[in-house]
Design a protein. Structure first.
Length: 115
């Protein structure tokens, strides 16, 4: 499985961005998917996750109420809608797929929130 994230960019505080992660392969529907981020000088942290069928979603407290994760198993995609962005959301965002003990990571996409 290969994951490719896109949609990052420069946005002003209070703005919105939508990240997408596209997965190759036929096993996407078996993967729990998630988004993580790593800000400059900080460790990678959990942002959000969604179960393989999309029935369960999880969010870090710092993004709850502002970010929404969704997936489309027919298109092998998982999206992260980010609203009311603040400079503290500036980071490289990574998507991750997991099944059992196996993890798949994509290359990150940079989100910069600045005026």
């Amino acid at each position: 499985v290969q994951l490719q994230a896109c949609g990052g960019g420069l946005v002003q505080p209070g703005g919105s961005l939508r990240l997408s992660c596209v997965a190759s392969g036929r096993t996407f529907h078996n993967l729990g998917m998630g988004w993580f981020r790593q800000a400059p000088g900080k460790e990678r942290e959990f942002v959000s996750a969604i179960s393989y069928a999309g029935g369960y979603t999880y969010y870090a407290d710092s993004v709850k109420g502002r970010f929404t994760i969704s997936r489309d198993n027919a298109k092998n995609t998982v999206d992260l809608q980010m609203n009311t962005l603040s400079p503290e959301d500036t980071a490289v965002y990574y998507c991750r797929g997991v099944t059992g003990s196996v993890e798949y990571w994509g290359l990150g996409t940079l989100v910069t929130v600045s005026s």
